[in-house]
Design a protein around this ligand. Structure first.
Ligand SMILES: Nc1ncnc2c1ncn2[C@@H]1O[C@H](COP(=O)(O)OP(=O)(O)OP(=O)(O)O)[C@@H](O)[C@H]1O
Length: 274
């Protein structure tokens, strides 16, 4: 199927909505004939922590990849803090975004993936300071100080001079979290950050994320199968099925009193098989 220009809903600069930090407005994403997101609408408020759950293939990772501009929409508009991801304002009109606009919007968003992808040839300190120094123009001294604070936050102060290969998977993931936070993003996207870890390392990473959730007002969008973590940190849980929101609500509601049969079936399967 041909890919159409993502213009729906973007008529004028005045259309920029105030309020939510993330807004999906009738977002369509397809790969060939596979329609992954079907006119998806949702908003996330600043400081809100939202967990995305749902069966494999329901579109959760695609949502995060669209926000990171690793993918483009086939219809509809994604807004980040009032700016459309795919368009920018020029002379009072909205035109297709250029690379500089994308970089600016993207700099508000940090992401931690299942695979930590640390720079293997750099020690922990440089893994954390490289982005702030080279992309944000922060001084080396300031970046170092921030790296030390963040390593304390993730419990790895003693590993500042270590190389990634000298760290466990859980420690590498905690460095990856510190590296994302070093860019001072408004939004943190977390995609199954513990699923590549040995079971005994999962709790340490989740504890760090619990701390971050409690001690900062960063907006979080989190894809996870760790339901007790989702229950602890989320303000809202969204259950996805076939690229649409099947059901959403507080963790108490979704985990304690799900209304949809497909939510009950999904939660039962997760509980049984992890
Ligand atoms: N690069 C791609 N090319 C083609 N199809 C893709 C691509 N990325 C994702 N898909 C398809 O899009 C659909 C949604 O994938 P997505 O990874 O968003 O699902 P998910 O809900 O995150 O699943 P999981 O829980 O297994 O990670 C799937 O059918 C997948 O096969």
């Amino acid at each position: 199927m041909p890919q159409s220009e993502p213009t729906t809903g973007v008529q004028s600069a005045e259309a920029a909505p105030a309020g939510p930090i993330i807004r999906f407005d009738k977002v369509v994403k397809r790969y060939g004939d596979n329609v992954v997101l079907r006119e998806l609408d949702f908003t996330v408020d600043p400081g809100e922590r939202v967990t995305l759950i749902g069966p494999s293939g329901s579109g959760k990772t695609t949502i995060l990849r669209l926000l990171m501009t690793l993918e483009t929409v086939d219809g509809g508009v994604i807004w980040v803090d009032g700016d459309p991801l795919s368009h920018m304002e020029r002379n009072g009109k909205l035109v297709k975004a250029n690379e500089a606009h994308l970089r600016r919007v993207r700099s508000r968003i940090g992401m931690v993936f299942q695979q930590f992808n640390l720079f293997p040839n750099m020690n922990v300190r440089r893994n954390i300071t490289e982005g702030p120094v080279h992309s944000l123009g922060v001084s080396k001294d300031e970046a170092n100080q921030r790296a030390e604070e963040l390593l304390e936050l993730v419990g790895l102060s003693d590993k500042i001079d270590a190389h990634p290969t000298q760290l466990s998977g859980g420690q590498q993931q905690r460095v990856a979290i510190a590296r994302a936070l070093a860019m001072r993003p408004q939004i943190l996207l977390l995609d199954e950050v513990t699923s590549a870890l040995d079971p005994e390392l999962v709790a340490g990473v989740l504890d760090v994320l619990r701390d971050i959730a409690q001690s900062t007002d960063i907006t979080m969008l989190c894809v996870t199968h760790e339901m007790s973590f989702a229950r602890d940190v989320s303000h809202r849980v969204m259950m996805f099925d076939h690229g649409q929101i099947a059901e959403e609500g507080t963790p108490e509601k979704i985990f304690g009193d799900p209304q949809q049969e497909r939510t009950r079936t999904f939660l039962k399967a997760v509980l049984e098989h992890g």
